[in-house]
Design a protein around this ligand. Structure first.
Ligand SMILES: NC(=O)c1ccc[n+]([C@@H]2O[C@H](COP(=O)([O-])OP(=O)(O)OC[C@H]3O[C@@H](n4cnc5c(N)ncnc54)[C@H](OP(=O)(O)O)[C@@H]3O)[C@@H](O)[C@H]2O)c1
Length: 324
């Protein structure tokens, strides 16, 4: 989306915005002010982003009232690009290649420029493309924090990932394998080969098999798809086991409160932007333990098509937006 003028000469930028809640057609291109970089922040010349279900859920108005401020809104939380402006005494320099998980609740990724706190921004190696990097922040952080912080993953545990072929699940299977766990994956039958290519030891096709009726049991069940609640999976959770869900609805909040003193406990998680976690995921990628599968690539100007694609269901992996 960028033109050749430098950021210091420009006051405005291109962005994809929406002015009211609605379907994907409410997204439009607009000229808006370049965001001000505050102390502790960097300004990123955005090269790529990716679409997450939260983006279309917010656009549809599902989180009405939770977001500060009004319209227009620039959707998106995942950014990769180049530092365009930063503090002279900070950890980054102008021109550094970075990835960021935007920490503003309002998003802001689908634009020529985005601001991010230094502590949610990480350098990316030359071996990682902007498109690969943009796939990581929200989905990768969700998978890592769900397994490590909420699921207390440890070597040798038996782990089940429900929704293993999607944006979050793709990261979760590979992260769990990096802990040397036995990993069972759940997705539609078409994605069996994909899940096994990620390292899954066993596969459940949710169209034909209900893992909650299985004779198997698990130490950690991560419901990345938000499809099987704690009470559905309790019988196949080992004593001392953990259930983690990505669906932060009222039912899930109540479940978290009720089950925390129980031997089999459950929790709903909310991903928290954090540069350290981005660095952990980048290191796994550098070690060859984290492949990033991209389902489709759209231009930023095609954001409504990209949203529609994610709403209709990705085949596998992530939907990425590129500036080129
Ligand atoms: N709480 C948070 O902080 C947080 C952060 C990120 C995401 N999320 C939420 O997490 C969910 C997943 O996000 P995502 O980016 O991974 O979405 P996604 O890319 O659309 O993936 C969805 C996954 O769910 C699978 N699936 C669909 N129906 C299923 C069923 N009945 N049983 C089991 N699996 C099923 C899909 O498999 P097939 O394609 O093979 O059908 C796919 O693997 C979304 O609801 C999102 O809003 C929450």
């Amino acid at each position: 989306m960028n033109d050749s003028a430098t950021v210091k000469e420009c006051k405005t930028m291109n962005a994809m915005v929406y002015d009211d809640y609605g379907d994907a057609s409410v997204l439009r291109n607009a000229e808006v002010p370049i965001p001000d970089r505050l102390p502790g922040q960097v300004l990123i010349d955005v090269r790529a982003s990716s679409v997450n279900p939260i983006d279309y859920r917010m656009r549809r108005g599902e989180m009405k009232g939770l977001l500060p401020g009004g319209f227009p809104r620039i959707p998106g939380y995942d950014v990769s690009g180049v530092i365009a402006d930063c503090a002279a005494d900070g950890p980054f320099s102008v021109g550094d290649r970075v990835v960021a998980f935007l920490d503003s609740m309002r998003g802001g990724a689908s634009a020529d420029y985005a601001v991010a706190a230094v502590d949610v921004t990480a350098a990316i190696p030359d071996s990682m493309s902007y498109n690969e990097a943009a796939a990581i922040p929200l989905a990768g952080t969700t998978a890592l924090q769900s397994l490590r912080d909420h699921g207390e993953i440890a070597e040798g545990k038996r782990v089940l990932i429900n929704g293993a072929s999607g944006g979050v699940g793709m990261f979760a299977v590979q992260i769990a394998k990096s802990y040397n766990c036995h990993v069972d994956a759940v997705a539609s039958g078409d994605n069996e080969d994909f899940c096994r290519s990620l390292g899954a030891d066993h596969f459940y096709n949710y169209e034909t098999t209900d893992f909650t009726n299985s004779a198997e049991t698990w130490d950690l069940i991560f419901d990345a798809a938000g499809k099987s609640g704690y009470w559905d999976v309790k019988e196949v959770l080992n004593d001392g086991g953990r259930y983690v869900s990505t669906e932060p609805d009222a039912k899930g909040m109540l479940m978290t409160l009720v089950t925390w003193p129980m031997s089999k406990s459950g929790t709903v998680m909310l991903a928290k932007p954090n540069a350290g976690d981005l660095r952990t995921l980048i290191t796994l990628h550098k070690k060859g333990q984290l492949k990033i599968t991209i389902d489709a690539i759209y231009l930023f100007s095609q954001l409504s098509q990209a949203h529609q694609h994610v709403e209709d269901g990705v085949e596998r992996g992530k939907v990425v937006l590129t500036a080129e």
